[in-house]
Design a protein around this ligand. Structure first.
Ligand code: WT7
Length: 585
């Protein structure tokens, strides 16, 4: 074993006593399954229409509503203020049918893009799934997004309809005249008929609760989500109906959903985790899910686990760190014995987080899971039946071949750091970057899908995250592209140029830091900093603003004029600056 390998093997292994587990894991015999499993085996987890057609929303809701689970609670929706409503599969079936009919009446066609721009509410789930049922491509949008972010997404996708509420619609209006394709603004709340808004509630009330889910080709699209890369505006990651096969399988195998479980995914539907594991996967497995509205609040979170008897909890490292920071008295005041399995995603989960959970949640560790918006479901994880190596992402799902490669795509020996790649072609893999084939092709090289992450593999086959190979920033688990922040910054009159990097942060993983060149005549001040922060928040998104700002005279650039963020980062962190041969003059 090399010195390097030993270095990342420091953490104690969390072993499991199978006899102590409350329920037998759905996935047993991982090593054997890796040899024998074929993707075709998973096709039987979902229902198909004649002629090999499928509809993901039919699998998520209808098949349960039309079968034995019709009166089972599908959703416990807690508004975060203590009011919880329960909805059965049958109720969600009727609601989503109504919404599909509303879209039909408006003339929304197969594969038209329908955006969902709502807070966490019943309507958010209903319009998302109803749109998919109707054959449209549903696209949820995070409610913290501002006008620039909204415009980028609606314009690029050519969205024809948006479902929003009477507050969020105001942001849509600021960019509406730049969106020629947007025909329908559906408002859940007080709709303004004079402005041409469509009243969600009135339309739903008069729509039929019967609808036959549209049989789709498995390669037709169910949803799309915009995500950030290093360069350019956010890109539309498009997912096919076929993905539901793997979304269902991974929910069974990894999140280990059983009939009696109460499942809670804390992510908003605006992010892929919320879509796949806060909606599609668990419902496709027929599970009861909790949806919690309102903001992050440790007290409310523990209370929700206790009151709704949550047994499986899927959250993010930032939330874990925030809960840890809040102390152990708070969880001790709640009855959390209902929990049986904990999972995390979004950024590296610190070994401390795994160990803390063991103490606070009665010997239950967090299981780290790794995936991306583009992968459409979990690909690497610490499985329920396996020992957990705290700090490691775990192993690849049966059916997935993951590797660590050098610059030429050659697999590296264990312990060596390189690019994390996957053999393409898994069912939930994105099918395209919306109308941008070159961007899609950037992911594929030498027969591999490049994740943009760097990693290493240890002698037991566990994957360890090292970092990002690109400039993408992960702040509180949310993915932010430096280019978008830079673009928003230079719209401010006091700014000529801006370079943006991620700076490591104890709580948030990274924070966004901006280096700014001021327009002549402007003077640096704390007030100006605050004004700039406010400006970015209001234009781009509440979470995607620079928490730190440095005013500089110039920015390091390549001869072709590209800002060298790598140098900004090296300087900021006191690291060697590396190769600067392409640096300008
Ligand atoms: C990027 C994808 C899909 C879930 C939400 C994030 C980072 C994700 C882990 C993990 C270390 C992780 C990677 C990845 N990431 N999970 N378990 N350990 N890093 O989706 O916004 O598309 O971001 O998040 O850098 O590439 P996303």
């Amino acid at each position: 074993m090399t010195e390097k390998t030993r270095e990342f093997m420091h953490s104690d292994i969390v072993r499991k006593d199978m006899a102590q587990l409350r329920l037998e894991p759905n996935l047993k015999g991982y090593e054997g399954l890796r040899e024998t499993f074929k993707w075709a085996d998973a096709d039987k987890l979902v229902e198909w229409f004649p002629g090999g057609k499928i509809n993901s929303a039919y699998n998520v809701i209808d098949r349960h509503a039309l079968g034995e689970r019709k009166d089972k609670i599908a959703l416990i929706y807690d508004d975060g203020e203590g009011d919880a409503q329960k909805y059965t599969f049958k109720q969600l079936y009727e609601e989503t049918n109504r919404f599909a009919n509303v879209l039909g009446r408006l003339g929304v066609k197969r594969q038209d893009r329908v955006f969902v721009f709502l807070q966490r509410t019943l309507e958010q789930y209903v319009s998302f799934l109803g749109a998919i049922k109707a054959g449209a491509i549903a696209s949820p949008m995070f409610p913290a997004f501002g006008p620039d972010a909204i415009k980028d997404r609606l314009l690029d996708s050519g969205a024809v309809a948006i479902v929003t509420d009477s507050e969020l619609v105001k942001r849509v209006y600021t960019v509406k005249d730049q969106l020629p394709d947007l025909k329908h603004i559906i408002v859940a709340g007080d709709a303004n008929a004079d402005a041409g808004e469509i009243d969600y509630r009135a339309e739903m009330a008069s729509a039929s609760d019967r609808f036959e889910a549209v049989p789709m080709d498995p390669e037709e699209f169910q949803f799309m989500l915009y995500t950030s890369g290093t360069t350019g505006k956010p890109k539309g990651v498009v997912h096919a109906h076929k993905g539901i096969v793997q979304q269902t399988l991974s929910t069974r195998w990894v999140l280990d959903v059983h009939e009696e479980d109460i499942f809670w995914c804390t992510a908003d539907l605006g992010w892929v985790t919320g879509v796949v594991y806060g909606c599609l996967g668990p419902w496709s497995c027929g599970a009861t899910q909790v949806g919690l509205g309102g903001r992050f609040d440790p007290e409310r979170w523990y209370r929700s686990i206790q009151d709704h008897r949550i047994s499986i909890w899927y959250t993010a490292p930032t939330a874990v760190r925030m809960l840890m920071a809040k102390g152990d008295d708070l969880p001790a005041k709640h009855d959390l014995t209902c929990l049986r399995a904990l999972y995390s995603v979004g950024e590296p989960l610190n070994p401390e987080g795994v160990r803390w959970a063991l103490e606070v949640f009665d010997n239950k560790p967090f299981h780290d899971t790794w995936w991306q918006t583009e992968t459409g479901s979990i690909l690497i994880t610490n499985f329920p039946e396996m020992p957990i190596k705290p700090g490691s992402m775990g192993k690849a799902l049966p059916g997935i071949y993951a590797a660590v490669v050098d610059e030429d795509g050659n697999e590296l020996p264990q312990g060596e750091e390189g690019s994390l790649v996957i053999r393409p072609g898994w069912p939930s893999m994105m099918r395209q970057i919306w109308k941008n084939e070159p961007k899609f092709n950037e992911y594929l090289r030498d027969g591999w899908y490049y994740t943009g992450d760097t990693a290493k593999i240890d002698e037991d086959g566990y994957f360890w995250y090292v970092g990002r190979a690109d400039d993408v920033i992960k702040t509180s688990g949310e993915r932010v592209g430096p280019f978008e922040v830079e673009s928003a910054l230079i719209e401010h009159e006091a700014i000529v140029e801006a370079g943006v990097i991620g700076k490591p942060d104890q709580l948030r993983g990274s924070i966004i830091k901006a280096f700014i060149v001021l327009t002549p005549g402007y003077k640096e001040s704390d007030e100006l900093k605050k004004d700039i922060q406010k400006f970015v928040k209001s234009r781009l998104a509440g979470h995607a603003y620079p928490r730190e700002i440095d005013f500089v005279e110039t920015l390091p650039k390549t001869r072709s004029g590209k800002i060298m963020r790598r140098l900004l980062r090296a300087k900021e962190l006191g690291l060697p600056t590396g190769d600067t041969s392409t640096l300008e003059g």
